[in-house]
Design a protein around this ligand. Structure first.
Ligand SMILES: [Zn+2]
Length: 272
C-alpha cells in the first residue's frame, strides 16, 4: 500500500514510529510483496494500544478494515458449515530456499517461484507464508497457539487465495527445524540459513479436509475478495518450535480479532 497519507497521519505515524518502531522495514501481511525490498509505508499499524486492530479502519486507505462486511478471520464451526459442491485444491509445491524476513508484523518466508495451487481451472502461485500467534481463525471455539498462512497470488501478482493451517503442540516439524532455530528476531532483520531448503507440502496436514469461505486480508488494507481455505486438521509443531515464535519480541500477539460472518456461507469439504 504505497498510497499517500495525510499530514495528520504522517505526524501520528512519525510519533509512533519514533517511539515504537525502531527499524525501517515493514510489510503488509497477506498483502506483502514477495521480495526483500523494504518500505516504511506499512509501519503505522500494529496489534496493541493506538495501533490496535480496532483503529485500523481510521487510517487512510484502510477504511475497509472497519466498513467491510466480508472480513477475516472468522470463527469456523463444523456444525454450522454448509456442504456445497466445492472444487478441491490440488497442491503443486516444489522445494524452496529458506528466506525469512521479520516484517515487524510477522516472520515472512518468501517462497521461490514455481509452486502453485490449482482450484478448478484456476492456478495461483505460492508467493510467501507467515505465522500468527495465537491463531486468527478459531475452530469450534478453540484458539490454537499458531496459525500458518500460505499466500497465493493471481496472474497479476495480487493475493487471491490463502490456505490457513492451525497449529497445535505435538511432534516436531522437521521441515521447519532449521528455520525456526534461526528466526529473525527484530523488525527488518532477514535470515537465510546457508543451504536450508523446505517444501511447503510438509506444512500441510495429512488430512486435507477444509473449510472454505470468502474473506479478506487479515492485515491493513484488509482487502476483500480473497478465497480462504482453512484446513480442518491442525498441523503439529513441538512445544519448543511454538515457543521459538511466541518469544519473538513484538510479534506476540499478532492476530486480528474474529470478524462478523455477516451472512456469509462457510463451506466444509472432506478434501477428497
Ligand atoms: Zn496472515
Amino acid at each position: 500500500m504505497l498510497l499517500s497519507r495525510t499530514d495528520s497521519v504522517r505526524a501520528l505515524r512519525g510519533a509512533l514510529l519514533s517511539s515504537l518502531l525502531l527499524a525501517s522495514s515493514a510489510f503488509a501481511d497477506e498483502g506483502a510483496r514477495a521480495s526483500f525490498t523494504t518500505s516504511s509505508e506499512d509501519a503505522h499499524w500494529g496489534y496493541d494500544q493506538t495501533l490496535s486492530p480496532e483503529h485500523w479502519g481510521e487510517l487512510p486507505g484502510d477504511a475497509v478494515c472497519a466498513q467491510g462486511v466480508a472480513q477475516s478471520p472468522i470463527a469456523l464451526v463444523t456444525a454450522g458449515a454448509a456442504h456445497p459442491r466445492l472444487d478441491v485444491p490440488s497442491f503443486h509445491y516444489a522445494t524452496s530456499r529458506v528466506r525469512m524476513l521479520n516484517t515487524g508484523h510477522t516472520v515472512q518466508f518468501t517462497y521461490d517461484s514455481g509452486s502453485t495451487i490449482r482450484v478448478g481451472s484456476n492456478e495461483y502461485k505460492l508467493a510467501q507464508f507467515h505465522f500468527h500467534t495465537p491463531s486468527e481463525h478459531t475452530k469450534d471455539g478453540v484458539e490454537y497457539p499458531l496459525e500458518l498462512h500460505l499466500v497465493h497470488t493471481d496472474a497479476n501478482g495480487t493475493p487471491a487465495l490463502v490456505v490457513g493451517v492451525l497449529i497445535e503442540e505435538g511432534a516436531v516439524n522437521a521441515a521447519l527445524f532449521t528455520a525456526f532455530r534461526h528466526l529473525p528476531r527484530h523488525m527488518g532483520e532477514e535470515s537465510a540459513p546457508a543451504g536450508a531448503l523446505l517444501n511447503a507440502s510438509a506444512l500441510l496436514p495429512h488430512d486435507k479436509a477444509f473449510f472454505q469461505y470468502a474473506g479478506s486480508l487479515t492485515t491493513p488494507p484488509c482487502t476483500q475478495g480473497l478465497q480462504w481455505y482453512v484446513m480442518k486438521q491442525p498441523l503439529q509443531l513441538s512445544d519448543a518450535q511454538i515457543a521459538a515464535f511466541e518469544r519473538l519480541p513484538h510479534l506476540n500477539p499478532n492476530n486480528r480479532p474474529l470478524q462478523p460472518l455477516n451472512g456469509r456461507t462457510v463451506g466444509a469439504h472432506s478434501g477428497r
